[in-house]
Write a protein that binds this ligand. Structure first.
Ligand code: IPE
Ligand code: IPE
Ligand code: MG
Length: 228
């Protein structure tokens, strides 16, 4: 694979966990567990391919309105990842970052996420960014309000400094699994010139070979950014 054509930053909308479980006559939480395992493998593979940032959409602001039982299952997965799996990620020289309004999460989860960021290696070769209770609309509104509080008139770099993704390059490629062709409030500002890739594969089935297919498709795209 041509190294110059590897995206620096991939955004991943991990959709289809519920349908994957339903097909197996299992509860939705079973699908979310399988999705977490798939995500861990995809992160390792993305890192091995030379990707520097992977943003995984794990919970949208709208998802927070799902039944408490499903949310508890997801919080349990965050607890597990940020106590156990994150250690292996650090050992490989990689770090984590969290974007979204985590104040709406259980306090122990908030503490784990904050510690996870604090304990991350400095200048990591790869950063796994968790979008948790993330919504692009609230992110942009929050940035505007922060600027108003400071009495600042915003230009592009001023706005970007107030976004959760401050310091992270824009996603070159956004992948959505699960067959829907929409962004569902994911990185709307940052995705202005992202290449979009959609696949019917349900997220728990999205493996290393599937990521390679997306990378091969990305390598064929001609990015013009409005120029000729
Ligand atoms: C995506 O899978 C994961 C989250 C939104 C937390 P879904 O739970 O939306 O799965 P489907 O779309 O119902 O299959
Ligand atoms: C998008 O999936 C959010 C995540 C993958 C975390 P949804 O399942 O919530 O999106 P919609 O409702 O189909 O747009
Ligand atoms: Mg869905």
């Amino acid at each position: 694979m041509d190294e110059n054509k590897i995206p620096l930053h991939i955004g991943l909308i991990m959709d289809g966990n519920g349908r994957w479980a339903k097909k197996r006559l299992m509860p939705r939480s079973f699908g979310h567990n399988a999705g977490m395992n798939a995500m861990i493998k995809i992160a390792e593979h993305a890192k091995a391919r030379g990707v520097k940032y992977l943003t995984v959409y794990t919970l949208s602001t709208e998802n927070l309105l799902r039944p408490q039982e499903e949310l508890e299952g997801l919080f349990g997965l965050f607890r597990k990842y940020f106590t156990k799996n994150v250690q292996k990620l650090y050992k490989s020289g990689a770090g984590v970052k969290v974007i979204g309004d985590i104040t709406a999460l259980p306090e122990d989860v908030q503490a784990l996420l904050t510690d996870g960021e604090k304990n991350s290696p400095k200048d990591p070769a790869f950063t796994l960014i968790f979008a948790i209770n993330y919504g692009a609309r609230s992110e942009i509104l929050r940035a505007c309000n922060l600027a108003i509080e400071k009495g600042e008139k915003l230009d592009a770099s001023g706005l970007e400094a107030f976004l959760y993704t401050n310091g992270v390059p824009e996603p070159d490629l956004i992948i959505r699994t699960g067959g829907e062709m929409r962004l569902s409030n994911f990185l709307l500002y940052q995705a202005a010139y992202s290449e979009l890739y959609f696949t019917d594969t349900l997220f728990p089935d999205f493996d290393e070979g599937e990521l390679d297919k997306a990378l091969a498709e990305y390598a064929k795209r001609e990015r013009r950014f409005g120029k000729i």
